[in-house]
Ligand binder design. Sequence first.
Ligand SMILES: Nc1ncnc2c1ncn2[C@@H]1O[C@H](COP(=O)(O)OP(=O)(O)OP(=O)(O)O)[C@@H](O)[C@H]1O
Length: 365
Amino acid sequence: MATIEFDNLGHSYHPRPSSPTDYALRRLSQEWEDGKAYALLGPSGCGKSTLLNIISGLLVPSEGRVLFDGLDVTRCTPEERNIAQVFQFPVIYDTMTVYENLAFPLRNRKVPEADVDRRVRQVAEALDLTADLKKRAQRLTPDAKQKISMGRGLVRSDVAAILFDEPLTVIDPHTKWILRRKLRQIHEEYRLTMIYVTHDQVEALTFADKVAVMYEGAMVQLGTPQELFEAPRHTFVGYFIGSPGINLMPCTLGGDQAIVEGISIPLAPGSANGLPNHELPKVGAKFELGIRPEFVELTRSGTAGSIPVQVVGVDDLGTSKLATVRMGSHTLKARLSEDQEIPLDAAIRFPTRWTKLYHDSYLVN
Ligand SMILES: Nc1ncnc2c1ncn2[C@@H]1O[C@H](COP(=O)(O)OP(=O)(O)OP(=O)(O)O)[C@@H](O)[C@H]1O
């Protein structure tokens, strides 16, 4: 397995890119650790496949370099990089048995038969394929075929990384859940460097140690699921991660206060200091206040630091409730515990720790 480094990496499909929007992947320098599970998460067209193809060697980037363990592999083929890949749809040999399919990548590399057998049985066990080992692949369901495809990616322990491109697309929802857990277990056991592309936040957050969130060609945050939840570095991360996403309100700044329609909301001391000088409040600069529904406190009017609101709806979500409140012209969501009373004279508070300031969509801190 390898450490993967992106050195000033970028890619444009245009022959002569002239603006940032001409880039499918905007300039990126970063190091991904050996043996960790990463997810590339973002909506359709944000550049996930472009980055994955650059990592695998299917695409040569128009700018920058990719290094595996310090070695420049930018122009190496997938074979030369020693990468295993699992695609959206099964890539298997229908006429071979499940065993032969799983053994193929190892036999192809002349691995001794005893090792082939041990590894094939291990992977088959992990993916619940043991009972199918002697069956021809063509007789199996699409789910089982995709499991074989994943097994073929997992069977080699000598690869630099295993790349998964939306591998659970064809799998039914229940099996999807089981397979995600299995992949996670396999990762914990073998510590393989895994990169998993998806547009599904649940898939990314349950699978990965670190999630790279992509938006319009930019990697707007690379962080643990907890970091993405607690401190979204970009309003898109706040919106895309979480259900529902972060509450956002346009604001202006007055010292360490955000001002929303004339109402002052305290920010953590020094919050605005994070703005570089040239970005100090100016005409046209866009500031937003963000707070996740989970951190909005619903209380009674008159409580210190509270702002009166009108509760316009409450959804019972089983283990919690979701209140919709109106503050001036803004509508916010607040997640409450199942048994929390909703007062008639409702008000909300914004705990400073969880109240985030965004400047032109990026977190100021
Ligand atoms: N071969 C290509 N030539 C020109 N433009 C391309 C090419 N491949 C991708 N693009 C463009 O680059 C941008 C990023 O595409 P990419 O496929 O990397 O996104 P994605 O996040 O993987 O999307 P999806 O989830 O739909 O596969 C898109 O605007 C897409 O139209």
